[in-house]
Design a protein around this ligand. Structure first.
Ligand SMILES: Nc1ncnc2c1ncn2[C@@H]1O[C@H](COP(=O)(O)OP(=O)(O)OP(=O)(O)O)[C@@H](O)[C@H]1O
Length: 347
């Protein structure tokens, strides 16, 4: 294992029904130390399975998982040093006591030797401040909002200063207003404490800005990996382009209607690359307007070709508005693919 790697899987396979139709297949990954690695992919692609294998919650059918060169066995089989050094934060809060206060919930993350000693209170206070939940310290966990609960579970994971924190969909319950704050906090923790984060997300758009590394999973296999910038700006696969951005997939004939001459047959256009009001003839009709916070995503149509386009002048168009567009960038691929399952629904 290289010095800067902390976790590694070698040809790991875990199938639930004895064939390749579920779980993960032949996965080899390296998780860099002190960085944020995001495992992304459509729903059912095997993200949670991979996270559970990294944590030792399940045993692979074949292949091996290593934490700092030590083989990770199933948690019940053997108490591994690796298990002490890792914390898993799941989506369902099943190990949380709904009646316990926030203070006690975070305290329950301390290791046995850390409980009852002088520094206990300071550790809890620091973790609460780190996640910006100190004012909630006396509230019962069960009464908190989804986003607040998420912060408490992360604070609990953090308090014993593990080397690795595994987060399953950490922003699922957090609304957009708090997401950026939580992402900033997690980045801060990584920088300050040198902890390694592995997180799973089915909506990569929300983690593009915070991850150092992305691992793209499709049908249980790693299909691409790299930095968010590399994968977003030069996706090798159509699937990656679809997963990373709100986009439209076009045949060569459809692309021609957008002013694109395709040599390879399939074109993907990110919504951000469709510039509204720049072309001629107002040949596109607005079919749907999707609220995206500070901007809108328009679903537009011309001769049965459907495109997604970002509109930053909110409220300017209504359903039925006629508009012109130009496309200022696109990706070409050789093969037509069924759109990823987790993509937002279009028309
Ligand atoms: N305990 C299980 N028993 C049987 N099949 C399972 C089990 N856990 C997962 N699977 C199947 O394995 C595949 C991968 O599931 P997994 O939960 O790892 O995917 P995921 O990418 O995390 O999905 P999501 O984003 O929807 O949470 C899916 O087809 C799922 O139905």
């Amino acid at each position: 294992m290289q010095d800067d790697m902390i976790l590694e899987t070698i040809s790991v396979t875990k199938n639930y029904f004895g064939d390749k139709s579920s779980g993960v297949n032949n996965v080899t990954i390296f998780i860099p130390k002190g960085k944020i690695t995001a495992i992304v992919g459509e729903s059912g692609s095997g993200k949670t399975t991979l996270l559970n294998l990294l944590f030792g919650l399940m045993q692979p059918d074949s292949g091996e998982v290593f934490f700092k060169e030590e083989r990770i066995l199933k948690r019940e089989e053997k108490l591994q040093p690796a298990h002490e050094a890792m914390r898993l934060v799941t989506q369902n809060n099943q190990d949380m006591d709904m009646n316990a206060t926030v203070w006690d919930s975070v305290r329950s993350g301390l290791r046995i030797g850390e409980i009852g000693v002088d520094t206990e209170g300071k550790k809890i206070t620091d973790s609460l401040h780190m996640l910006d939940i100190f004012p909630l310290k006396d509230q019962p966990f069960g009464k908190l909002s989804g986003g607040e609960k998420q912060r408490v579970t992360i604070a609990k994971a953090l308090i014993s200063k593990p080397e690795v924190i595994l987060l399953d969909e950490p922003f699922n319950q957090v609304d957009a207003t708090y997401r950026e704050g939580l992402q900033h906090d997690i980045r801060h923790i990584v920088k300050e404490w040198g902890v390694t984060i592995v997180l799973v997300s089915h909506d990569p758009a929300e983690i593009l800005s915070m991850a150092d590394e992305l691992i793209v999973l499709k049908e249980g296999e790693i299909v691409e990996n790299g930095s968010p910038e590399e994968l977003y700006n030069s996706p090798k696969l159509l699937y990656t382009a679809q997963i990373l951005a709100s986009s439209s997939q076009l045949t060569a004939d459809e692309a021609l209607k957008c002013g694109i001459k395709s040599k390879r047959g399939t074109v993907v256009v990110y919504a951000e690359h469709v510039k509204i009001g720049k072309g001629f003839g107002n040949k596109w009709t607005v079919k749907q307007i999707l609220f995206k916070g500070f901007f809108e995503e328009l679903i537009i149509e011309r001769d049965r070709v459907v495109l997604r386009a970002n509109n930053y002048t909110k409220g300017k168009y209504t359903i039925g508005s006629k508009i012109s567009i130009t496309v200022d960038d696109y990706f070409e691929f050789g093969k037509w693919e069924t759109p990823a399952r987790s993509l937002p629904k279009g028309l």
